[in-house]
Design a protein around this ligand. Structure first.
Ligand SMILES: [Zn+2]
Length: 132
């Protein structure tokens, strides 16, 4: 098993209200040269959690952090004008909290971060440190 010390949160950087499927993200990531979707989980607008890359496999979501982390992504992150915004629905917030809690039970000691802590990006467009 991989040793996991971080859970890293992302957004799809798509506009509020637009649903995105695992298949769609997989196509984007393949287009960028990845083998498959880079995230381990994707949380849809309705809060549905879809599995992406298996947890045992190294993800492709956060440069320099992939080897020891799990990548979780919610759908959204941009407002109507395309500017960064916390667009999470209540269902997404609830699913995200539940999933992170479950991952922390399974990977005791893992810390929770937003992508922007490791890159000059807005992702995931909310303050993970404050919330988690
Ligand atoms: Zn990200």
């Amino acid at each position: 098993m991989r040793e996991i010390d971080k859970i890293i949160i992302h957004c799809t950087a798509t506009k509020a209200g637009r649903e995105v499927t695992v298949e769609e993200v997989t196509a984007w990531h393949k287009g960028r040269g990845f083998r498959t979707i880079g995230y381990h989980y994707l949380i849809g607008l309705d809060g549905k959690i879809s599995a992406g890359r298996p947890e045992r496999e190294v993800g492709a979501h956060c440069l320099g952090q992939n080897g020891h982390s799990i990548g979780v992504c919610y759908v959204g992150g941009l407002d109507e004008r395309g500017q960064p915004q916390d667009t999470r629905t209540e269902a997404q917030k609830e699913s995200l909290r539940g999933l992170v809690a479950e991952l922390r039970r399974r990977y005791p000691g893992a810390s929770v971060h937003g992508h922007r802590e490791f890159a000059a990006k807005a992702c995931p467009c909310f303050d993970v440190g404050r919330e988690m």
